[in-house]
Design a protein around this ligand. Structure first.
Ligand code: PAF
Length: 279
């Protein structure tokens, strides 16, 4: 496994790898969800690269950039065990040199949900992911379904800007009690960790209604809200039943729906979603 820091080193190492190349972009503090993306990439590509970079421009001024969990030695050991070919750990100066001034804004699909709650977040994501795509020139790039809007934004950017690669969105990996894996779960106290299962329970309640034939999106949102309201530690930012591609809020579900929610448990903001109705 080659671990490089500069863009020049990355380009040289990447040029030496022939055959299909899969990229797994990460912010480090790897968990089973990240490792599932690496394994999927390895199953589909001749070589796999991982970026580890806590991207400052996707954090708002009052968000958790300074305390975002980091453990590079552990991350590298995990990736070494999986026999990843190439890891890029750029510095901020490498990614955003002093006169940096170009950003990627994916307009409509970035506006609701996370976009409304975290201004600039998805612009920061799209910008760094575009830079990672240009640096690694992957044939395929792997993202988790847990960040459903991020995946929709990246798909739209790839289509609009003609990046010659395929975006692969992989299933959310969950703890045994249903909590979606996230590097931010480490912030939760034991009591909050128990309360955090409310996101999964709310999604399951709405899915049960959907499976029973409910297609009124207002009622699906209400099913989630009802479960969330019963958890005193949960402060709801949004519940949504939207079109999975455009993220426009639905009145009625014709075929497919993205049920998603953002909830604060104490000081920790968690998101989760189920995508229903896919063939
Ligand atoms: O999902 C993440 O970890 C980040 O948003 C990403 C895609 C690595 C960009 O910084």
């Amino acid at each position: 496994m080659q671990v490089v820091t500069t863009l020049a080193e990355l380009r040289a190492a990447r040029a030496a790898l022939t055959g299909t190349f899969g990229l797994v972009p990460t912010m480090g503090y790897l968990h089973a969800g990240h490792l599932s993306l690496v394994r999927r990439a390895q199953a589909e590509c001749a070589h796999v690269g991982v970026s580890i970079y806590v991207n400052p421009i996707q954090f708002g001024p009052h968000e958790d950039l300074a305390r975002y969990p980091r453990d590079l030695p552990r991350d590298l050991a995990l990736l070494q065990d999986l026999k990843v070919d190439l890891v890029w750990t750029p510095t901020d100066a490498e990614m955003y040199p002093p006169r940096f001034q170009t950003h990627v804004t994916v307009e409509r699909v970035s506006q609701p949900l996370e976009g409304a709650r975290r201004p600039g977040h998805l612009r920061g994501v799209a910008t760094v992911v575009a830079k990672l795509f240009n640096a690694f020139t992957p044939d395929k790039a792997y993202f988790g379904q847990k960040d459903a809007q991020q995946a929709a934004v990246i798909r739209q950017m790839v289509a609009d800007l003609n990046f010659p690669l395929e975006v692969v969105v992989c299933p959310t990996v969950r703890e045994p009690d249903g909590l979606a894996m996230s590097s931010r779960n480490v912030y939760l106290s034991p009591t909050e960790r128990q309360a955090a299962t409310v996101l999964y329970r709310a999604l399951c309640a709405a899915q049960a209604r959907f499976d029973a034939g409910e297609r009124d999106a207002t009622k699906l949102r209400a099913a989630m809200s009802e479960v969330l309201a019963a958890e005193p530690l949960a402060h709801v930012e949004y519940v949504s039943a939207a079109d999975p591609d455009t993220l426009d809020e639905l009145e009625r579900v014709e075929t497919r729906v993205l049920l998603s929610l953002a909830v604060r448990i104490g000081a920790t903001r968690l998101i989760d979603n189920f995508r229903l109705g896919d063939a």
